[in-house]
Design a protein around this ligand. Structure first.
Ligand code: SF4
Length: 325
């Protein structure tokens, strides 16, 4: 498929982010993406989507009874060596289809027709112009789907401010409070400083309340995720301490233990294994000590379940047809 040349709605928004001098994310490359994939994310001017699918494995309030329609964008503005979605997050991996926003809307419409209530933008940071255009299109739709911004939090706070009132649920993953870890494990400078500014902006917009509908599905709010990494317990505790002290212990937290070693890190001294029970117990003890009381804590056994395969049409369903947790 080629990019849809009829995609004109929302063009005013799109043009505000100049892809000939891309500064869509805090990497601030200044790359000319109209000339090709020249920036750190390795993505040119067109939307590239790895998968548009129903995902039932998000937090219960996000997936709801029927699942969420997730748009998985290709590549990423981080380079996490352990990326759990590594099949789609590498710009040098299999090329995705270039796809116009009109085609994305059509594919999403087909899934929303099954009664899904929400659309998730997954790894949206390097596709912000297209996301803004999609938001404009979904705002025209009746019923309007709830829009979820599912991000690694390496986002520009000033651009998030422009999304105020247009995104319904922020779902950032706060990864590190240690600058060195951001560089070593995700290949970016100033991760803690950048991500905490972005999350403070999300908190300013949403506060700590999470509005639910009569089916206990999220309507509006903020959920902060944190994936506990083997060997980095102190980092996880620091992440939780920052949230409790700088935001509030009443923020909804999704603490995840599902980490598994991908092929790239199978020989890494820490990341080459799953979490030890005592490591997770230490993080949970800090979670309790800090007074968090809202959100979700994964069972340690989750590390055996949440393994998507983006080579399948339905990445989150097992080959036998069963749906992952
Ligand atoms: S979106 Fe891509 S090209 Fe633009 S600043 Fe970020 S990494 Fe660089």
């Amino acid at each position: 498929m080629s990019p849809n040349s009829n995609d004109t709605e929302g063009r005013r928004d799109t043009l505000r982010l100049d892809l000939s001098d891309c500064r869509c994310c805090p990497r601030n490359c200044g790359a000319d993406r109209l000339a090709g994939p020249l920036g750190s994310c390795g993505i040119g001017a067109a939307a590239e989507v790895a998968s548009i699918c129903v995902h039932r494995g998000e937090e219960p309030v996000i997936s709801g009874r029927r699942g969420i329609c997730n748009i998985f964008f290709r590549s990423c503005n981080l380079r996490c060596i352990y990326c759990q979605n590594y099949q789609i997050s590498r710009a040098d991996g299999d090329p995705a289809e270039l796809i116009g926003t009109g085609q994305i809307v059509d594919a999403v419409d087909q899934l929303l027709a099954r009664g899904l209530k929400a659309v998730g933008f997954v790894s949206p940071s390097h596709f912000l112009p297209q996301v803004i255009e999609l938001i404009g299109r979904f705002e025209q739709r009746r019923p309007r789907p709830r829009l979820v911004f599912n991000t690694n939090a390496y986002d520009r706070a000033d651009l998030l401010r422009e999304l105020e009132g247009r995104i319904d649920i922020y779902l950032p993953d706060l990864k590190y409070m240690d600058e060195k870890l951001g560089r070593e494990l995700s290949g970016v400078p100033r991760y803690p400083e950048t991500a905490t500014l972005a999350i403070k902006e999300m908190f300013r917009q949403m506060g700590s309340s999470l509005l639910l509908d009569d089916e206990d599905e999220a309507v509006r709010g903020l959920i902060i995720r944190h994936l506990v990494l083997p060997g980095y317990v102190e980092n996880s505790k620091a992440v939780l301490r920052w949230i409790a002290s700088e935001l509030s212990p009443s923020v909804h937290i999704s603490l995840m233990s599902q980490y598994y070693p991908t092929p790239e890190v199978k020989d890494h001294p820490s990341l080459g294994r799953t979490l030890h029970p005592e490591e997770y117990a230490e993080v949970l003890a800090e979670f309790d000590r800090l007074g968090f009381y809202r959100g979700w804590v994964q069972e340690l056994e989750s590390q055996h379940h949440y393994r998507p395969d983006f080579n399948r049409d339905h990445p989150f369903e097992s080959p036998g047809g069963g749906v992952g947790p």
